[in-house]
Design a protein around this ligand. Sequence first.
Ligand code: MSP
Length: 499
Amino acid sequence: MARPFYVTTPIYYVNDVPHIGHAYTTLTADALARWHRLLGEEVIFLTGTDEHGLKVQRAAEENNVAPQDWADRTAQRYIDTWELLDISYDDFIRTTEDRHRVSVQAFLEACKANGDIELRTYEGLYSVADEAYVTEEEVAELERLGRPVITMREENYFFLLSKYEQQLLDWYEANPHAVSPPSKRNEALGFIRQGLQDFSISRTSIDWGVPIPWDDRHVTYVWFDALINYVTAAGYGTDDESFERLWPGRHMLGKDILRFHCVFWPAMLMSAGMDPPTNLNVHGYLLVGGEKMSKTRLNHIAPAELVDEFGVDGFRYHFLRDQPFGPDGEFSYEGMVARYNADLANNFGNLLSRVATVVGKKCDGVGPRPRQDSPLAPVAEAAVQRAIEAWDKVAPSEALDAAWSIIRETNSLLEATEPWKAEPGPEVDGVLGDAIEALRIVAVLAHPAIPAATAESWRRIGLSGDIADCRVPTDVRWGLYPGGLSVEKGTPLFPRLKL
Ligand code: MSP
């Protein structure tokens, strides 16, 4: 049986409320999940919230509520945001759930049984905002960013990461595509080659966390706890059968947490006797005014603000098409309006309404069949191929560009043949049938990015059934529009926006 496609986002801290940076990762994972559903795979798409640690404990104290109440409140903000953005997750994990405590404790026991956990006294500089010990060299920069550094002296359990240096290098060599893009893989490899330090995985200074199972004076370090969410949700410690089926999975993440995911996490899994993830897809920052969004800089943009103006699909399209996955990207409102108007209002939306109008006038509102020898047939075939390859390398922007190449060629065909001026007849029917067929294929290809608009365009060209039930490549072969269906004009799918 084919392995399920198990894909995850980072779990987001509940000391903060969702902004477009968080939405970016979740949206990309959602589109990828939807694409794999179109491929006919069984998809399990996981997201969730990271609820333990000093950061969350402090946020709760500042707001005079118990940490669990605080976590409940903020987790709900994430759930609401994902609902707003049409995120099709299958499971939402919260690290304060029982299933997760069970899994973290089983994981710790497994690492300990393997001789990889040791008690030591540790004194060091600690950044609360980053929930991490830092070096002296890093202090000035952190303080400049408003991220205070404190001295922490603790008796801690340590995870013996240094033991895993060679195994990690071997794993990287044997799996050249596991971490992508290559620049991020090199960054992780560079870090490993510098030599790995054992790291502290428990705290006695706080109590908001999962107790170390053999020593309840300590709670588990928030990062050790958080990473384990990916196996918890697969069933580790609670459902062996599910775990066997789902693990190893694949992760999407921002470059800020590359070290934790691409170095610590595979080593932790090796220690506990599990396979590392199959893929780690790392993307850059979404910058606002040249800087990463942060609470202290007040440059947060909430997804709802943009959805009000651009609609859910307008929002989704922008981040998938205009912010390529991998490099940093600058968010620009003007750029967002320009892309919306060009691709959604003028190209996609306008093509649909133009075709529906002409079909109304020249074909009594009944969509004709496409031609098998249409000039658009090879265009569509090439676009499908490009889209498949693009999604395969997690490049939604390229996949959408491929879909839009069909729209551009269809518009050119219409301009060249001007069916609105011609007499009704086979010529006109042929061109309009081709245009509808192009719209049908585009709807399927663009569905992962703009699910509501494509479902609506599917309906307007007279097709029944759920577009999400289509399969790639079977249903995107040229010539499947049956003809004889009534085509509806309707209001503009994407009304033009003014700056
Ligand atoms: N809780 C940890 C992750 C634990 S995963 C086991 C954490 N949470 S976070 O709330 O800070 O979210 C970090 C993730 O949010 C980033 O890795 C990235 O996926 C996303 N982003 C947050 N800000 C972002 C940008 N400005 N740009 C792009 N992505 C951003 O770290």
